[in-house]
Design a protein around this ligand. Structure first.
Ligand code: AP5
Ligand code: MG
Length: 212
């Protein structure tokens, strides 16, 4: 199964993607995580995208299309994959089609903007391993440190209130049309993304298992 996860920033793509990845034994490819890793390592790609990401702007299609093309050609993607955060423009969706990649299903986690602000406002991520927490809804059992690796928990560079607003505007303008693109192809599975993490996991697994 080749699956795409869609939803606004903070909808829970990463949170649910990790669970779906374990359940279906498919690699989860988060383009945001790939870019953040590149920034951390100081690679040329990282240098190129660093300030765009901090400002909450999309990186150019040509750059991200190449990143995804390279990643999907790796052996672990041969039996399927979960894409989180790509495609997020119509041009990226068309680039994926042009690569000859068939998307089977698109899981759209639908969350209203007011809920997003609270989710992203309370998000903390591990500086070392990238694990995601929420101060209220998903706290670390190790307090201000990561319960998996002991790293320090920090606020993501693009989680400042004004940047969150810009990311949401970009989402509505450039990314939501991709949801409609896949709806038009009959590939969209829509789940209500409000409620706690467990409730959304249950809804998500139910729609995906119905498809199996
Ligand atoms: P990316 O990393 O993809 O960020 P995003 O799409 O903005 O999404 P997030 O990772 O912020 O949210 P999420 O949906 O994964 O939510 P999460 O599970 O963490 O992209 C970052 C940047 O990279 C972009 O802005 C752009 O610059 C660049 N980029 C990436 N891909 C690109 C592309 N294709 N083209 C161009 N540029 C690209 O959950 C959020 C929080 O809520 C967490 O704290 C979590 O614990 C909590 N939470 C989750 N579910 C619940 C729940 N049900 N109830 C309560 N709290 C919850
Ligand atoms: Mg994410």
């Amino acid at each position: 199964m080749n699956l795409v996860l869609m939803g606004a920033p903070g909808a829970g793509k990463g949170t649910q993607g990790e669970i779906i990845s374990e359940r279906f034994e498919l690699p989860e490819i988060s383009t945001g995580s790939v870019l953040r890793e590149a920034i951390k390592s100081g690679s040329p790609l990282g240098e190129q995208v660093k300030s765009l990401i901090a400002q909450g702007k999309l990186v150019p299609d040509e750059i991200i299309n190449q990143v995804v093309k390279d990643r999907l050609s790796q052996a672990d993607c041969a039996k399927g994959f979960i894409l989180d955060g790509f495609p997020r423009t119509l041009a990226q969706a068309q680039a994926l089609d042009a690569m000859g990649v068939t998307i089977d299903k698109v899981l759209y986690i639908n969350v209203p903007d007011q809920v997003i602000l609270e989710r992203l406002g309370g998000r903390r991520v591990c500086e070392k391993c990238g694990e995601t927490y929420h101060i209220k809804h998903q706290p670390s059992s190790a307090g201000e440190l990561c319960e998996k690796c002991g790293g320090k928990l920090i606020i993501r560079a693009d989680d400042k209130p004004e940047t969150i607003r810009d990311r949401l505007a970009t989402y509505h303008q450039s990314t939501y049309p991709v949801v409609e693109y896949y709806r038009g192809q009959g590939k969209l599975l829509e789940v209500d993304g409000t409620g706690n993490i467990e409730a959304i996991t249950e809804r998500t697994l139910r729609v995906l298992e119905d498809e199996e």
